[in-house]
Design a protein around this ligand. Sequence first.
Ligand code: ZN
Ligand code: ZN
Ligand code: ZN
Length: 398
Amino acid sequence: MSKKIRRGSSRYSSRRRKCEDGDLLPSAPPLEILDTVVGYEDLSFDAVCVPPPEPCIGDFGMLDPEQQMLGTWAPYPEYSLRTIIPHSCQVSEAAARSALTAYVKNHCCWGVGAARNMSVTSIRQNCAYHYILQTFTEKREARWAWAPHVGGDADGPDQGAAPSPWDLPASPSKPFHSEVKVIEVPHTASVKPCHRCRGTGTMACPSCHGKGFTRCLACQGEGWGLGSESRERCIVCGSSSHGHGRQDCNRCGAKGRVACPVCDSYGQLKCFIQLTVSWKVNVGEYITGGDEVPHDLLRQADGQIGIEETGIRVAPLPSDIVSDETLAMASAQLISEHFQVSSNALLLAQRHQVRVVPITTLHYRWKNHDGTYFVYGLDKKVHAPDYPQTCCCGCIIL
Ligand SMILES: [Zn+2]
Ligand SMILES: [Zn+2]
Ligand SMILES: [Zn+2]
């Protein structure tokens, strides 16, 4: 089931650039000389995204429309979001103080006195929910490409029909891993003369403009040693193969022509259709319930996996199993956004998870200062935005 590929405005076909030897030459083979390949009729040298084929009725058998929809969804797993912080995650006042003391000691200018002597006025256990949605997609783009033709037979249309872009087998090296593979579409190759050197394999040397020599700078092209009373020959150009006053061009070895860089001096190019397959992991996330701990910190903190599900498609989190109703709304919103992102790509798989990050909030008093600090994550990290002793000389000590 091939989709017709529409021709975009080509960057290559109309643009001509002035070459160093003064000729105006195309920067790509002219589209007119390329063969017509069934299924790729209007392709140019610009990459064109090929949308995946629509699922046909055969993919779902004889299911009714509602079942067809459900058929593409992974079954609901047994959810168990732990909204109660496990006992091991409870942080006692003593453990919090020791985490704070270690945190303060890591800041060379901070005083540890406040951490040791502060009185904790309240302690509260809470947790943040970090929802992560990953959508793994595949995109396919086609374009004409060329490479030097080093000999042998090209795999052309006489070898068989070219497979349509989505019929070519290609798979990622592992799921949920972004990567790109470039594939030559079988039976699309043909051999054409090189557009840059017109099939000769060489082009005029850009240093000497094809002459094989440049004017000798040592003698200003005169051929005689400057200031020489005895009229001695110039030692720089004296042995030039192009005569006195002319210096052999080093770049082309005095021949005036250099190898064509486009065809690698073979004179001929293999033109073929190239398919670029890109796999991408699209990530969406949402954090809720983190008190005043910045999201960047919560993202890095160790958490406990509360919910985890992988499928061809995942369904939004059911609102009755998550204690924070914004989680279910964010999940539905992100899943819907990912469907729009992947409109030109094939959705291969989805997975989502909720990480639960425990947070202990401690209010304290030290001298006349009232403050708050947080111990968060299974690894007991500390966030103390208003710690009172942040200078070693004690100038902020109240
Ligand atoms: Zn060439
Ligand atoms: Zn030259
Ligand atoms: Zn000279």
